[in-house]
Design a protein around this ligand. Structure first.
Ligand code: GDP
Length: 593
């Protein structure tokens, strides 16, 4: 039965294409904001770090009501480290708004999330945003979206997508980009008309599959999912079926639905709605919460496994003027063990010798988000080099995480990009180009992705756009060709990296000792620290297919060297530590104990 007064809509977009602004406007135009509430307040990216990094770390829900219809808006993380979560949240929706910048057209994140949305069979509404921008090319953006959808195997129905033009920042949506409309109504009406209402059995047995886990210090664990069938009541007696088939009975304490910007406690919730269930002690992603008398079985959902791990230890650095003391170590452990409760996507355990805590997550970004939060909370700690999480299969073979990487690069630099990817262990699977851009797809061991972004930017004068995500565990492919592990250290000082040798001097990001040999485009050096010499590479000679240079000119580095956590984690060597304090992030040699 169709729940005509309900819609579940996912929002997908490349970072900065206007997702947050658009959702704010929808909330605003359906009067969610009370008169005294600041409209500028950004709704979806509520976490400071998310705002600064321009990524959505956790998916969040909100809802609006329009023409007596409740519209659940489901935010989708755009970063590849959160791939599994994307699949799960998209499964809660019946359709998606694909937001595309009218000037930039679709970008790698658009491709990544759209491919999942199409595979889930979602109806896509294309929102061409930023039509107010000078040089906006709305029709061009639509053509590119169409081509992309064809390439990604969209169905005929999906290809017949409705389009709404918008300027989120100015608060308007239009059926035609110059029709002069000045409100959001066309988009709201299009959602009601084009996104299918959930087709569910309201009288069937209660069933919900937990898609995300939330945590509140007051309520404990909160399981969020779409109610597949039936009605969920507060205090309902339920059966919880784990993905491995084990079962137990439990009682739901409270039921919440998403109302406007927050959650609202309700006595009962109905099939098709997205709800939060409180009171199931160790609820986990993939659990099916169902009627004990008449249990519903649902296909298991993918839960991504951690692929990278780091060890956290209490800080022992003389630099921060403090010996690692027992109190510091205990607080650090307690903080990480609390995280274990709330963050089921990470695996957190004390190391065997109990000197530290090993934290495994889905990639460097995933791990650095936790570290950055702790840094802001005032913790001081040090972490070692991230390690790939290997597995052994039944036949005793060593397996390693393998990723899929895509590179978009101007045609002239395609050769360079292929070379860098090859040196990192990448195997090219696909290559397609138009008159300006080459699109490359590779399979690459996760090991090879460490520091890869910097290397490929350096080799392509900053033009390549690299995107990678976990694909599968595969056979360990042995030593990496061309990567001199341990002998060189690459460093960069800010978010941006130096793109070419001729810009390095100006940017002060090349750290090498005079006489060092370095490969073109690489930022190399050895244990550079504040005040060290920075050497400009001037002579370049050909060495096989790799151009090599000798460092022969020194310039003074301007201190201090600062890192972002992600950079530090990507460049760290085996015998080094990243030392994190609220004031700084530094790389230093590990002290011999
Ligand atoms: P998100 O990363 O997709 O959530 O994007 P945001 O909503 O944060 O928007 C990114 C930037 O684009 C911000 O500076 C917005 O002010 C700007 N922006 C959003 N919508 C529009 C628009 O319609 N026109 C223009 N010119 N800028 C916009």
């Amino acid at each position: 039965m169709k729940q005509e007064n309900l819609r579940n809509v996912a929002i997908i977009a490349h970072v900065d294409h206007g997702k947050t602004t658009l959702v704010d406007r929808l909330l605003w135009s359906t009067h969610v904001f009370r008169a005294n509430q600041q409209v500028e307040e950004r709704v979806m990216d509520s976490n400071d770090q998310e705002r600064e990094r321009g990524i959505t770390i956790l998916s969040k829900n909100c809802s609006i009501t329009y023409k007596d219809t409740k519209i659940n808006i489901i935010d989708t993380p755009g970063h590849a480290d959160f791939g599994g979560e994307v699949e799960r949240v998209l499964n809660m929706a019946d359709g998606a708004l694909l937001i595309v910048d009218a000037y930039e057209g679709p970008k790698p994140q658009t491709r990544f999330v759209l491919s999942h949305a199409l595979a889930c069979g979602l109806r896509i509404v294309v929102v061409v945003n930023k039509i107010d921008r000078p040089n906006a090319d709305p029709e061009g953006a639509i053509d590119k979206v169409f081509d992309l959808m064809v390439e990604l195997g969209a169905s005929d129905e999906q290809l017949d997508f409705p389009v709404v033009y918008a300027s989120a920042v100015n608060g308007y949506a239009r059926y035609d980009y110059n029709d002069g409309n000045m409100d959001m109504i066309p988009l709201l009406d299009t959602i009601l008309k084009e996104i299918p209402a959930p087709d569910v059995d309201p009288d069937g047995p209660v069933a919900l599959q937990v898609c995300t886990i939330d945590h509140s210090s007051y309520e404990g664990r909160i399981g969020v999912g779409r109610l597949h069938s039936g009605t969920m009541h507060e205090k309902e007696q339920v059966l919880v079926v784990r993905p491995d088939g084990t079962q137990r009975s439990a009682q739901v304490r409270k039921v919440y639905t998403f109302e406007n910007l927050g959650k609202a406690e309700v006595p009962e919730a109905h099939a098709g709605d997205i709800i939060a269930v409180i009171g199931i002690e160790d609820a986990d992603i993939g659990d099916v919460i169902t009627d004990p008398e008449n249990p519903v079985s649902m296909p298991p959902i993918a839960v991504e496994e951690p692929t990278m791990s780091v060890v956290f230890e209490a800080s022992t650095s003389p630099i921060v003027g403090r010996e690692g003391d027992i109190v510091g170590a205990r607080q650090l452990k307690e903080r990480l063990m609390r995280e274990k409760e709330a963050n089921i996507s990470m695996r957190i355990n004390e190391t065997e010798d109990k000197s530290g805590v090993e934290v495994a997550g889905r990639g460097v970004l995933h791990l650095s988000v936790l570290m950055e939060s702790m840094r802001r909370e005032g913790f001081e700690f040090q972490v070692g080099r991230p390690q790939v999480v290997y597995k052994i299969d039944e036949a005793g073979n060593k397996l390693e995480p393998i990723e899929e990487a895509t590179v978009d690069v101007p045609n002239d630099y395609a050769g360079k990009a292929i070379e860098v990817m090859g040196n990192a262990g990448g195997i090219m699977e696909d290559m397609a180009s138009d008159d300006s851009v080459t699109h490359l797809t590779f399979k690459i061991p996760s090991r090879g992705t460490m520091g890869l972004k910097t290397r490929i930017l350096n080799a392509t004068h900053g033009e390549a756009v690299l995107f990678h995500r976990f694909r599968e565990y595969g056979p360990y492919s042995g030593e990496m060709p061309g990567r001199k592990n341990g002998s060189m250290i690459a460093m960069s000082t800010g978010k941006a990296v130096a793109y070419a040798l001729d810009t390095l001097q100006e940017r002060g990001r090349l750290f090498v000792k005079p006489g060092d040999e370095c490969y073109e485009g690489m930022i190399v050096g050895e244990s550079a620290k504040e005040g060290d010499m920075v050497v400009n590479v001037e002579k370049t000679k050909n060495l096989g297919n790799q151009r090599s240079s000798t460092a022969d000119k020194a310039i003074q580095l301007t201190p201090p060297i600062t890192f972002t956590l992600e950079e530090a984690l990507e460049y760290i060597e085996d015998d080094e530590l990243v030392e994190v304090t609220p004031q700084s992030i530094r790389l230093r040699k590990r002290l011999l104990s």
